[in-house]
Design a protein around this ligand. Sequence first.
Ligand SMILES: *[C@@H]1O[C@H](CO)[C@@H](O)[C@H](O)[C@H]1NC(C)=O
Ligand SMILES: *[C@@H]1O[C@H](CO)[C@@H](O)[C@H](O)[C@H]1NC(C)=O
Ligand SMILES: *[C@@H]1O[C@H](CO)[C@@H](O)[C@H](O)[C@H]1NC(C)=O
Length: 404
Amino acid sequence: MIHIILRKKLSCFVLAFFLFAIVCVWKEMKKGSYYDSLKWETEGSPLVMGLGKMAMGSGPQSKVSTQHLRRSNQALNCTKASAKAKPQPSFQVWNKDSSSKNLPSRLQNIRKNYLNMNKYKVSYKGPGPGVKLSAEALRCHLRNHVNVSMVESIDFPFNTSEWEGYLPKENIRTKAGPWGKCAVVSSAGSLKSSQLGREIDDHDAVLRFNAAPTANFQQDVGTKTTIRLINSQLVTIEGRFLKDSLYNEGILIVWDPSVYHSDIPEWYQHPDYSFFNNYKSYRKMHPNQPFYILRPQMPWELWDILQEISPEEIQPNPPSSGMLGIMIMMTLCDQVDIYEFLPSKRKTDICYYYQKFFDIACTMGAYHPLLFEKNMVKHLNQGADEDIYLHGKATLPGFRSTHC
Ligand SMILES: *[C@@H]1O[C@H](CO)[C@@H](O)[C@H](O)[C@H]1NC(C)=O
Ligand SMILES: *[C@@H]1O[C@H](CO)[C@@H](O)[C@H](O)[C@H]1NC(C)=O
Ligand SMILES: *[C@@H]1O[C@H](CO)[C@@H](O)[C@H](O)[C@H]1NC(C)=O
């Protein structure tokens, strides 16, 4: 009798031991998953709490695991094994539902001022705000409604004698792509010390913005420039536009904000910056370099979708060059890797990697509806959050590989 009881007790003990051992091993395995590691790290700026929230969303599961661990700790000490495990970094990245309420009050006020000013006479009549679309549906929506194309020599008034010979003869599609893997390199200060140069150069085509240099920054931003997207302000008022050899490489595309949904003749009468004379001067100096003018309707076609999917009013100003560049590459490439548009762990208030100028508006947006653009890119991202956190890299499929 006693013998049997002892045996029963022994087998119970053995069973319990195995149970706790399994719990210990399971705990260690769970630690390997960084989503889980975030459960314990929900502090941090509300704007980058996306992952924290996601982990908290798995509430019931995490409660169970905590109970298990407590129970097991009472009988068997698991902490020795845990102490041996490497501490896991947390990967807090951009939250795709970031709201303007989380902006510093200065930027909230700037946004309100732009809403009141409505410089471009925006009168949005589309669906929304706050229409929820899956990433796939949003990609199709963008592909079908944002016409990425350039001003052509048949468009009035570019068909007049005043413009004869100035616009490139070939359609941009014959000069650019189609490419496989493309890189869009932001000018963010957080590219400094990123060591991403080699990875960026490894792409079939690289798009850069405005005056962003590669010389002296090759290690971090690479050397290749296939397309440079520049704003009309730079062409108009920066004396060095006509002199600096920085602009002589690759395909140039200039864009200028128009009044909301005005057509080319209307816009031509009232450009934001009258860049046309300097455009012509540059063309005379570099007739063989492709230099396109983005159709002024395109930024507003994109803006409409940003407004449609955002749950609040976005700044009634055109999207950032960054967002326009992403759209351009999505039309020319199968895959677009975007560097430091969604900030990495190197996130800084330094605006550009090539200047010592501090302003949080460069990351969060003041004039441009940058916050909402970043929400959209995060929603479309197919890469891992780890890549955003470590490399500032988001990966979007191009429209050519989008089946609608
Ligand atoms: C487990 O062991 C550690 C030292 O290795 C000790 O600090 C801790 O209090 C122990 N916990 C339990 C529940 O026995
Ligand atoms: C896009 O714009 C170009 C130039 O105006 C036009 O020729 C083309 O038909 C447009 N494409 C779509 C899909 O609307
Ligand atoms: C330019 O285009 C406009 C509008 O399509 C047309 O009316 C005009 O005749 C064209 N001008 C020339 C010189 O072809």
